[in-house]
Design a protein around this ligand. Structure first.
Ligand code: ATP
Ligand code: MG
Length: 329
């Protein structure tokens, strides 16, 4: 008989993630790229793992991040924010000679984005398994893996070790594949993806990522394959169409999206995943966790700046009540 909840309870220890901490600097006008001088706004704290872990903290979950920043203001502004929100940053290394990673972003008229990144050759490209990181994993209850880790050399070995440490103490693994086509090129990436899937308790794909992860042609087939492989819960993110939970225990559970005006979609998936995971680790049902996750994702897209849309539990409760949906599940 399977446990109803594959995620380790909050009491086992913090949710820990690994990956890039960045600043984001955004163009203030819509257009193509950065080939001419233009008005910018930023720096904003960013990096998918950082956004994710900040949202876990805002929901009241204990949490920490393994990462690296430069000895500069871009690093300090991130550390100040994470610390203030309650994230354990004892395993964030401050590099002596590399700057904090950065991403310049501009929206095109069709809604797609142009980026100029400095990640690989920044402090973010230098994350290593330090003593502080080992100490954090040794008391963690859940490791959250982000697909971006597949692209940064070194992260993969840290994650493999982290997952073994945490699984050995009865912890769980959540995985947001965040697959970019460029990342998935090559047999090595596929091997890593499959290895990660084989020990994933909660998978958080969005759109096509579900099909890529399962190597399937439709949603039903993909879900069946992944659950057969041992993934315990799949939560599919559907943008402005909400989300769906799939598991052997609860079957299919749909949750419609909240109606909001989208200002900046960056971070929606990360805040969604954080709210879902933290709710499940706190013992809430899949339906109730989806409601919090949809609320967190919806609130994120109404705010400009990647980490500016994170929500506290109280804000989510108010938002859900204002939409007249507090009685759900
Ligand atoms: P990201 O761009 O951060 O990678 P994602 O593709 O992983 O995002 P999305 O499906 O875009 O994830 O968003 C996650 C969740 O946020 C959705 O399932 C939904 O609940 C909520 N959400 C996203 N966009 C909207 C929107 N326009 N209106 C209402 N809710 C939204
Ligand atoms: Mg995503």
């Amino acid at each position: 008989m399977e446990r109803d909840n594959p995620l380790a309870p909050e009491a086992l220890g913090p949710t820990v993630t690994v990956g890039e901490i960045l600043v984001e600097i955004m163009a203030t006008t819509i257009g193509n790229g950065f080939l001419a001088p233009q008005a910018l706004v930023g720096p904003f704290p960013s990096g998918a793992p950082a956004i994710f872990i900040d949202q876990v903290a805002q929901m009241g979950g204990s949490c920490g991040i393994v990462a690296a920043v430069g000895d500069d203001d871009f690093g300090r502004l991130n550390l100040d924010r994470l610390k203030a929100d309650g994230v354990d940053v004892t395993a964030v290394t401050v590099s002596a000679d590399k700057p904090t990673g950065s991403a310049f972003v501009r929206y095109r008229p069709d809604g797609s984005r142009d980026f100029v990144y400095n990640i690989k050759h920044s402090a973010a490209g230098e994350v290593t398994m330090t003593e502080a990181a080992k100490a954090l994993f040794s008391r963690a209850g859940n490791v959250h893996v982000m697909g971006s880790a597949f692209a940064i050399s070194g992260l993969w070995s840290i994650l493999s070790e982290a997952v073994s440490i945490v699984k050995a103490r009865g912890g769980s693994v959540s995985f947001d594949p965040n697959l970019r086509k460029e990342i998935m090129q090559g047999a090595e990436a596929r091997k890593r993806l499959d290895a990660m899937l084989s020990i994933t308790d909660l998978l958080l794909p969005s759109g096509e990522e579900l099909l890529v992860a399962a190597d399937a042609v439709d949603e039903g087939e993909a879900v069946e394959r992944l659950l057969a492989k041992g993934v315990r819960e799949i939560v599919l993110k559907r943008g402005d169409e909400g989300s769906t939970h799939y598991s052997k225990v609860f079957g299919r559970v749909d949750c419609p999206a909240f109606t909001v005006e989208e200002v900046d979609p960056t971070g929606a998936g990360d805040c969604f995943g954080a709210a879902y995971l933290t709710s499940r680790r706190a013992g809430l049902s899949p339906a109730r966790s989806l409601l919090y996750a949809n609320a967190a994702g919806a609130r994120t897209v109404t705010k400009q700046g990647p980490m500016e849309g994170v929500s506290s539990k109280v804000e989510l409760d108010r938002f859900i009540a204002a939409a007249g949906r507090e009685t759900e599940a």
